[in-house]
Design a protein. Sequence first.
Length: 446
Amino acid sequence: MTGHAANGQKVFGKRKEPHRVIIARGDHVRSFTISPWIAGAATAVGVLLAVGYVGATAYLVLRDDIIQSSSERQAQMQLSYEDRITSLRARIDQLTSRSVLERQSLEAQLEGVVARQQDLDTRQSRVAALLQKAAESGIRVAVGGPVPQTKPDIADPLLALDADLTGTGIGGTPEPIDISPTLNLRGSQSDPLPAATDQAPAAPANQAALEEQENLIESVNGSLQRMDREAHFALDVIAVTAERDAQRIAETADKLGLQLATALPKSATDASGGPFIPLDATDFETRLERAERALAVLGTLKTAARGIPLDRPVAGAPISSSFGPRLDPFLGRMAMHTGTDFKAPRGASIRAPGPGTVVFAGRNGGYGKSVEIEHPSGVVTRFAHMSRILVKKGQKVAAREPIGRVGSTGRSTGPHLHYEVRMDDRPLNPTRFMEAGEQIKPLLDN
């Protein structure tokens, strides 16, 4: 029904007809009627299909780009991981190489310590033997300071004689050497150094173990260096002391007119002097050679000096008449007194002032009963006015051995000993020999 608007009245329109589709093929004609809702549905389906087609087409077009971008991201991530792994491996290789180098360094250091310890053992035995020889010569070493840089004398606190003149002391003490407990010289029983072995240490588990081993090796090296320095110092002290003692003996003998040094090698008698310049700390052989040479020279001089009559023939006896011009007790006029008279009671013991051989024993004119001894130094001593003779010609006598008794035989005014010292049958002043004995006898008694 169709409504029309006229004269103010409401008019309803016609009902919409359904769509009709006619398909003609030759004589055949077909027609379809499509309702509106079916048409809307078909349109919606078509739109959906079109959208799906467009989306599928877009996906197919963009798929390669998406896959390529994803592949690139994965490749970048893989490269990053590989770089990280390479860096970690390089770090591990670096740590491993460092550990190997440190291990090799430790092994080299250990080999050096073993070699030094073996060398020091050899040096120690040589120094110990020299210290024993020095002790037998009266040189007692007590390390208490550096070797003096000037020529030592008796007042030097390091190289002075003991207060009771029983031997040469360093630092004014008679104690034996006490350089270091680890040096094990002169019978030391202290604990030795940590033993260094020929085997390399076990591979350390970490850096702390390496550092601990390095500290141990450094500690052992420090102990070895200290022992080496002390051994060098002991050799220097021995050399300086022996040279000083030898010089004192030679100078004392020279004052007596006896050239003891003429029997020594030229190197031992050359004049020398000047300040002390320490040797290179590593020059062990030079130091040892110097100390050995000094001890050898000292020993030779001591042997020669022991052949000089230096003791008093009558212990504790006062001198009643000295050597030189005097009034003759019998004639009352000036005369030469060729000896020294010791006032002593009759029968007091007369002792040899040094070792030698009796060349005369009997009566000798105004000397009365007398004895003459020829000493290794070439000096002859004569003892007169004796009451009794205890030796005979040709007899060997030692220093301080009794040879007779005090008396008053021959040209004498009373009991005393007339004592002469002669060289080439020329009388010498006996007092000079006795004074020399007081100076160097402590050196010769060791």
